[in-house]
Design a protein around this ligand. Sequence first.
Ligand code: PMT
Length: 226
Amino acid sequence: ALPRDLHGLRVVVSAGGTREPLDPVRYLGNRSSGKQGYALARVAAQRGAEVVLVAAHTAALPEPAGVDLRHVSTALEMRDAVLEAAQAADVVVMAAAVADFRPAARVEHKIKKSEDRPDPEISLVRNPDILAELVENRKPDQVVVGFAAETGDEQGSVLDHARAKLRRKGCDLLVVNAVGDGRAFEVEDNAGWLLAADGTERAIPLGSKAQLAATVWDAVSEYGKR
Ligand code: PMT
């Protein structure tokens, strides 16, 4: 049995990928399966926390026992659900893959091909940054944890991008996943780094998403004690 060391802690976890509708049958989405967010919720509940899980679209996953599961679809719905639940939370963990952009207009009818009109172009508008809003509205002693799915590029390594994101977003802890080449999204295992606002960094070795979740909750409890 796991230690009940999170007893009394109220946590909110987001999971899965948002879907941004284009027309009644199409959407912009992403590859998040929700496995990492569900593992965070399950492990927290097993360790005694009171858990609200805000889930966007996921693979077919078993519902974690003892968790208050709330389903959403779009980034805007996730924002409302997460900000509402955060008001009574000690910890908020944003493991969801939230779309940065949504189609500027939602077309009422299915977009059709046409010989006499040009092919459609999709224009996008920015979604609110939920993590940034959580940080802005953070209650005293509330711990806000972000995730970052990063790829290295000419501008810098995965860690360079993640350090910049931690500073920009202002969260307490940032879990960094290197993605691409079949990593992190959809698969059973995950690895990465855990960066804290005080500059502490540690590598998380490849292991199950439940193991990564345990490492995150250990770090959250340590962080809360300082
Ligand atoms: O679901 P799985 O298949 O198990 O995969 C897990 C995962 C790879 C999706 C997960 O581990 C992960 O990395 N989630 C965050 C993915 C992501 O969208 O990262 P980002 O760098 O785009 O966003 C950074 C942070 O801001 C995240 O905490 C995200 O939830 C949050 N965000 C992003 C955009 C937005 N509009 N609002 C947000 O709050």
